[in-house]
Design a protein around this ligand. Structure first.
Ligand SMILES: Cc1cc2nc3c(=O)[nH]c(=O)nc-3n(C[C@H](O)[C@H](O)[C@H](O)COP(=O)(O)O)c2cc1C
Length: 160
């Protein structure tokens, strides 16, 4: 809970706090896995279903991060940005405690069957499904391009 509360310091315009969360742990992880399976075709269920169930059960916690969708475009974007900031705050705060968080946007989070099974209402957007746990392995960081390549600096007035 304290990690959730660190993350709520994310900048959010108007302090609208446009988020809500559903945490799955213990036996309830099976509920989430069933919702995920429902969003697969019969063939996919046949091919990957078992593996996906094991995967969901192996991970200690799953957190669905949900945004209330404001019908006004500016507010919608601000709120989406705020929820993304919430997620990264959460990831960074968790990592300080040695807890790994993967942010997933699998196809099933957009599926009406998954949304309905997880109780996500019309007018709400799933921004991510976070898989949370102490990592068995820590992957090497993938290299990033030096930001200077993307930087334009203006330090004198350009002639008109
Ligand atoms: C909006 C968003 C959606 C993402 N969705 C997925 C996903 O569906 N599956 C996945 O493996 N990683 C997903 N990620 C994680 C990114 O792939 C990951 O952060 C990126 O590859 C960089 O890896 P690193 O941050 O571990 O260096 C997502 C990240 C963001 C910001």
């Amino acid at each position: 809970m304290s990690l959730l509360n660190v993350a709520v310091w994310a900048p959010n315009h108007g302090v609208r706090e446009p988020w809500r969360f559903i945490l799955y742990k213990g036996d309830a992880k099976a509920e989430l896995a069933e919702a995920m399976l429902e969003a697969l075709s019969a063939a996919e269920r046949e091919q990957y279903g078992g593996g996906k169930l094991d995967y969901f059960n192996h991970i200690p916690l799953h957190l669905l991060v949900i945004m209330k969708e404001d019908p006004r475009p500016r507010q919608w974007e601000e709120d989406y940005a705020a929820v993304c900031c919430w997620i990264q705050n959460f990831q960074l705060a968790a990592w300080e405690e040695g807890i790994g968080v993967v942010w997933k946007t699998n196809a099933f989070i957009y599926d009406p069957r998954f949304r309905s099974r997880t109780g996500v209402a019309a007018g709400e957007k799933i921004v991510g499904l976070l898989h949370i746990g102490y990592p068995d392995q820590i992957p090497d960081p993938r290299p990033r391009t030096d930001a200077v390549h993307y930087l334009t600096v203006h330090d004198t007035r350009s002639p008109h």
